[in-house]
Ligand binder design. Structure first.
Ligand SMILES: [Cu+2]
Length: 313
């Protein structure tokens, strides 16, 4: 993206803070940016490690882009964070370099003992941040929901109720340790290699078996701070670029595996805890107030026009 295009995107995202909330059931939500966080938070246990993980988040990305276009005048494309550039030095990445065309830089220094991820079985050392994001276009923007389960040490959930109002700065700890998982080998493995033949193999490896860290987690834990919270990671605006990349990789996998492209695998609860029936392609994706509730099967074809109409470049 040119710098002008990046600024257009950032301006449109900032506009979401000025759009009124449409979700009165989430009293902490102050604006439409918060509504995205609130809906995701309230559904967390039913949209991760489930049969609808890829399609629910695909639809979320679509509704995010639609909102930027229809309510905030955005005319560009939805940018994705290419994990395979700058992974050894995230602070130099155009996404995180702290310039006014980035999504903000690292947080202020905050002494902490890294992050425990992968269900508490993988420890990642601290980076040099962890506090409020110091620079960039979202530095002075307030977030209002969470944290609920941040992986970063020392960042404690303050709330008694998950839906409490907790206005604060957005925090980040850029860690190259997590981004070490962004390798060509991991990408090949899920697109063409050992974990590519079925949707189950692809999605389980993308998210990581219990006790491991893989590409999906690597993006979240590379950001640390608010981006490391499975419930409320949408508080970090870079969530949307990370998940656009997740969707892009899913899209590439579908193109490479046309016979499997319209299949799903998995149940309706997080890693099937508590046990639940298998998801079906007719299951309805609950998007709260963000958009119409549509079946999983309407998310397979990004060029169907009903409603999706996009490709990645
Ligand atoms: Cu999610």
């Amino acid at each position: 993206m040119s710098k002008c295009e990046r600024k257009d995107y950032i301006k449109a995202v900032q506009c979401l803070w000025r759009l009124p909330t449409r979700a009165p059931e989430f009293s902490a939500a102050q604006n439409y940016f918060d509504d995205f966080v609130a809906i995701h938070l309230s559904l967390t246990d039913f949209i991760h490690g489930t049969g609808n993980f890829l399609t629910w988040h695909r639809y979320l990305m679509f509704l995010w882009e639609e909102t930027l276009r229809n309510d905030c005048g955005y005319k560009g494309a939805l940018p994705y964070w290419n994990w395979f550039k700058y992974q050894d030095n995230l602070a130099a990445s155009p996404v995180f370099d702290g310039s006014d065309t980035s999504l903000g830089g690292d947080g202020e220094y905050f002494a902490h003992n890294g992050s425990l991820v992968g269900g508490g079985r993988v420890w990642l050392p601290s980076g040099e941040g962890g506090g409020c994001v110091k620079s960039g276009p979202f530095k002075d923007f307030t977030i209002n929901l969470g944290p609920i389960r941040p992986a970063m040490d020392g960042y404690l959930p303050l709330m008694t109720n998950q839906l409490d109002y907790n206005p604060r700065c957005q925090r980040r700890d850029l860690t190259n340790a997590a981004s070490a998982y962004f390798t060509a080998e991991s990408l090949y493995d899920i697109l063409m290699g050992d974990h590519s033949a079925t949707i189950a193999a692809f999605q389980d490896e993308l998210q990581g078996p219990q006790g491991t860290l893989r590409l999906h987690g690597a993006g979240h834990y590379s950001m640390g701070g608010d981006g490391s919270d499975v419930f409320t990671s949408l508080n970090d605006p870079a969530f949307y670029q990370h998940h656009a990349m997740i969707d892009r990789v899913y899209w590439i996998w579908q193109v490479l595996h046309p016979r499997e492209a319209d299949t799903i695998a998995g149940t309706r609860t997080f890693r099937n805890m508590p046990p639940s029936p298998d998801a079906t392609v007719d299951d309805i994706l609950d998007m709260g107030v963000l958009g119409p509730h549509l079946p999983i099967k309407s998310m397979f074809d990004t060029l169907s026009g009903e409603p999706l109409c996009y490709i990645y470049v």
